[in-house]
Design a protein around this ligand. Structure first.
Ligand code: HEM
Length: 509
């Protein structure tokens, strides 16, 4: 697979890394900041350990968080602090927001794919993109048109499931969710029918593969300290990344050209008003193709993987907990009044209006419980811009990477109680069975503070539309009930490999 971490098996590379690690460890110990009378978090491990534990990285970081709450990882290039302490998280994401940002560190790692998009920039550049995107997300037009698109893609998905149910075939539901959410974000974001679900648009399929591979390859830069050398020499993962980026860029620049031409031709104001996220940016910007390219790729990243990932883990959790699956389905059927024999996903999708979705409090709780245990972004690093002291009294230095850990935090007993590792949607419901929010500094899956996820409501609406139509019509079962599904270490917490399930038609309650 393109994303394979080829460098792990290369003996020359390992020797170089080991030698530099030892040299720099010596340098680090000699210059330990504790020597200057300041208090620092304990060093839990080195980047070398992360490298060795790459496949189980989030388990490894969770174990360290259980032991230390907040710890340092020795890194020869920069200081690195990892925290699962809600007080520290609130401080870096809100109280002293201006002192923590993407910085040159994130920008340099991500910019080949994400350019100067909202995920990689700070200051005025970020503020402007946030402003335009927030306006777009708050419009009724986007809300209504996106719901129509989510329903229509869910119906397409439902047709594929119906065929599988009729022929008792195993399907890879993870692959289908990735295709469906890619189709949805392209339509909502840029007004384009990519049609990955049917696979008929070859160019679209090629783009999607190249984008996913580029995203995975980029992530290895967080643990591969030699990536810049490899990029310079154009070898290994970096050479592959370059090839993928060529495909991605060619496709996106074509999309932009078409969009600008369409908008120039369209003299009809009412058409302009109906348009997508990209059109909004074309309207406010000087149509700089590079700026628009960055916007597109950041929204693709934001809009497709987190939804597909959350849906896959959700179906997996429901298969592992059939009693929760039954409860979710029962609520859906009651909320939609679809009591008779259910035959058609389209009928279901048609009746999941906003009002009906609002009634599904248990579904909201079960989705949120899944996201607590499998947050789409498991580790979120920031850069400290000037020396600081965190609420726990420990110092961080200018240039240190300070990351909060949504995956580890979702599993901490000191945050969730002794049953932290259990899948219990009820923990999100109050006495009246209504969903209640937790502090965003404890439940950090959507970030918090001024840079909190802009697509949260949009995400829940999409997740609820897909879930209600599919779970109202079908029963899901793992093809291998003993499977213990693992994640693939990457920027997002993808399931590792296919998620193979049987579906059968639900026959009501
Ligand atoms: C379950 C689904 C989702 C989860 C768990 C999630 C989580 C997050 C997280 C953790 C961040 C902070 C990332 C960072 O540090 O840069 C973020 C930011 C963002 N998200 Fe989401 N997200 C989800 C869905 C979406 C969707 C569907 C969209 C839009 C189509 C979206 C749009 C954004 C944007 C634009 C930002 C950048 C905010 C900023 O930097 O000001 N998200 N999201």
């Amino acid at each position: 697979m393109a994303a394979s971490i080829d460098f792990l098996s290369n003996p020359i590379f390992i020797s170089v890394i080991t030698a530099s690690f030892l040299l720099l460890l010596f340098h680090y110990i000699y210059n330990q900041p504790q020597q200057h009378g300041k208090k620092y978090h304990p060093t839990g491990a080195s980047v070398f350990h992360l490298f060795i534990n790459f496949k189980k990285m989030h388990h490894y970081m969770t174990d360290l968080a259980t032991k230390y709450k907040t710890y340092r990882i020795f890194n020869p290039i920069h200081g690195a602090v990892y925290t699962s302490d809600p007080a520290n998280v609130e401080y870096i994401l809100k109280t002293n927001f201006k002192n923590y940002g993407k910085g040159e560190y994130t920008h340099s790692i991500s910019s080949d794919l994400l350019g100067d998009g909202i995920f990689t920039v700070d200051g005025d550049q970020w503020r402007e993109q946030r402003r335009v995107s927030s306006q777009e997300f708050s419009t009724k037009i986007l809300r209504d048109s996106s719901s129509v698109i989510f329903r229509s893609n869910t119906i397409k998905l439902g047709k594929i499931l119906s065929q599988a149910a009729d022929s008792n075939q195993i399907i890879d539901i993870n692959d289908l969710f990735m295709k469906a959410t890619t189709d949805s974000i392209f339509k909502v974001g840029f007004g384009i029918d990519l049609d990955n679900l049917s696979g008929r648009n070859e160019e679209g399929v090629r783009f999607s593969h190249a984008f996913d591979d580029a995203n995975n390859l980029l992530y290895t830069r967080f643990v591969d300290v030699s990536w810049k050398i490899k990029r310079f020499l154009n070898i290994g993962a970096e050479a592959e990344l370059k090839k993928n980026m060529k495909i991605v860029d060619e496709f996106v620049y074509k999309v932009i050209q078409v969009k600008i031409e369409q908008m120039q031709k369209s003299k009809d104001e009412s058409l302009v008003k109906k348009e997508d996220i990209l059109s909004r940016f074309v309207q406010v910007n000087d149509k700089d193709p590079k700026y628009l390219r960055d916007i597109i790729l950041n929204f693709v990243l934001a809009g497709k993987d987190p939804i597909a990932i959350s849906m896959s883990w959700f179906i997996y959790m429901l298969c592992k907990h059939p009693e929760v699956q039954d409860k979710v389905a029962k609520e859906i059927i009651e909320a939609t009044n679809m009591n008779e024999e259910i035959t058609d996903v389209a009928d279901f999708a048609a009746c999941v209006s906003d009002g009906v979705l609002e009634k599904m409090q248990y579904l909201q709780a079960a989705l949120t419980e899944t996201i607590r245990l499998y947050p789409a972004l498991p580790v979120d690093p920031k850069v400290c811009f000037s020396d600081d002291v965190l609420p726990d009294g420990c110092n961080v230095n200018k240039g240190d990477v300070v990351a909060y850990l949504p995956y580890a935090m979702g599993r901490m007993k000191f945050i969730w109680g002794d049953d932290a590792l259990e899948f219990k949607p009820e923990r999100w419901l109050d006495q009246d069975g209504r969903f209640h929010q937790e502090s965003p500094f404890k439940f950090t899956a959507f970030q918090a503070g001024p840079r909190t996820c802009l697509g949260r409501d949009f995400a829940y609406r999409q997740l609820k539309i897909i879930s209600s139509a599919l779970l109202g019509c079908f029963v899901f079962k793992l093809s291998n009930e003993n499977i213990d599904l693992q994640y693939r270490t990457s920027i997002n917490i993808h399931v590792d490999g296919p998620l193979q399930v049987y579906v059968s038609r639900r026959s009501g309650f």
